[in-house]
Design a protein around this ligand. Structure first.
Ligand code: PEP
Ligand code: MG
Length: 328
């Protein structure tokens, strides 16, 4: 099977009825840059920049950040890369960046992390903004902010980047030809202000790992809960469907970048909801592409809407049976 997936490297993820799905990879380390060539993916849909911080004994200075970003962009060539600004703090605590209260957090996943840290300790994000803007000189730079809970947080983060862009520009530095700003949707509250957020963002990416744990109030790291809430539960799928429909109506590209999209049956459900952009773990590209190429999208969408209208406890059994019956 592995050989069969490898053979799919150079064929596009197109459904039987001719719909092109964009399959990208999640990455974060220098070695991950090879994942694009190995899998034939369309780009890097999530580059987790905190990995460099997590594997480093000291705070990576701007020059070091910039070198990594440039290497990633050089390797990607014309394929897009979405850089997510650091998602540190909480359970990804850094010994060299410690808040006096950080250790006392009872619920680090819901704690002082990601954009919450970045907007308060803005020196960190300013350095990262400059590193990204300089690394992206002469090309399109895609920047994405993690854990946006309310639209104003996105506005502040974007303004911080734009201020750095002006600063560099005033000094005659070479800049990206275009900077696109996106938000991760992984905090349920943001979904209630999508109408406010959508006109301000260039793209949206749904982080189903965090979104699911917050939607179900179920710790993603607790094995006792791992089997309890299904990614194919009607609650999750209906929630995602509303987001996808709203983003579509506003003409904002929307992707899923959580682990959910790397499992073929879950990916099939997402595509059935109307998603056509997935960013997944590199090892999943072959299996997900094989699934996409065996799909009839129109039939799948009909099946998913029928199931969501009068839902069973989980759509898993029905979708698996449907997939087996139609040769997916
Ligand atoms: C997510 O939350 O779904 C996500 C992609 O981000 P991370 O797994 O890095 O929290
Ligand atoms: Mg997340």
């Amino acid at each position: 099977r592995r050989a069969a997936f490898a053979a799919l490297k150079d064929v596009p993820p197109v459904t039987r009825d001719g719909h092109r799905v964009t399959l990208m990879v999640n990455a974060g380390l220098r070695d991950d840059v090879h994942a694009l060539d190995l899998t034939g993916a369309d780009g890097i849909g999530l580059f987790r920049t905190e990995f460099q911080f997590l594997v480093s004994a000291t705070l990576p200075q701007r020059e070091r950040q910039q070198r990594l970003y440039r290497e990633v962009l050089d390797n990607a060539g014309s394929r897009p890369v979405v850089f997510r600004t650091v998602d540190i703090g909480g359970d990804k605590a850094l010994p060299y960046l410690r808040d006096d209260n950080a250790e006392d957090e009872e619920n680090p996943a819901m704690g002082w992390r990601a954009l919450r840290v970045a907007l308060e300790r803005d020196g960190l994000m300013k350095a990262q903004a400059r590193a990204l803007l300089e690394a992206g000189a002469g090309r399109t730079l895609n920047v994405m902010f993690p854990m946006v809970s309310e639209p104003w947080e996105f506005d502040e983060a974007r303004a911080l980047f734009e201020a750095q862009r002006s600063w560099l520009s005033a000094r005659g530095r070479r800049l990206p030809t275009q900077v696109r700003y996106g938000a991760m949707l992984e905090v349920p509250a943001l979904a209630e202000q999508l109408d406010v957020l959508l006109p301000r963002v260039d793209f949206l990416s749904i982080g189903t790992n965090d979104l699911t744990q917050f939607l179900f109030a179920a710790d993603r790291a607790n094995p006792k809960l791992a089997e309890r809430y299904d990614w194919l539960s009607p609650s999750i799928l209906r929630f995602l469907k509303r987001i996808v429909d709203q983003a579509r109506a506003a003409d904002v590209p929307v992707a899923v970048c959580g682990e959910m999209g790397g499992r073929p049956l879950e990916a099939m459900a997402l595509i059935g909801l109307g998603l056509d952009r997935l960013s997944i773990t590199p090892a999943a590209v072959g299996p997900v592409k094989a699934m996409v190429r065996s799909l009839d999208l129109a039939e799948l969408q009909g099946q998913v809407s029928r199931l969501l209208a009068d839902p069973p406890k989980t759509l898993r059994t029905e979708l698996a049976a449907w997939a087996a019956g139609t040769g997916v």
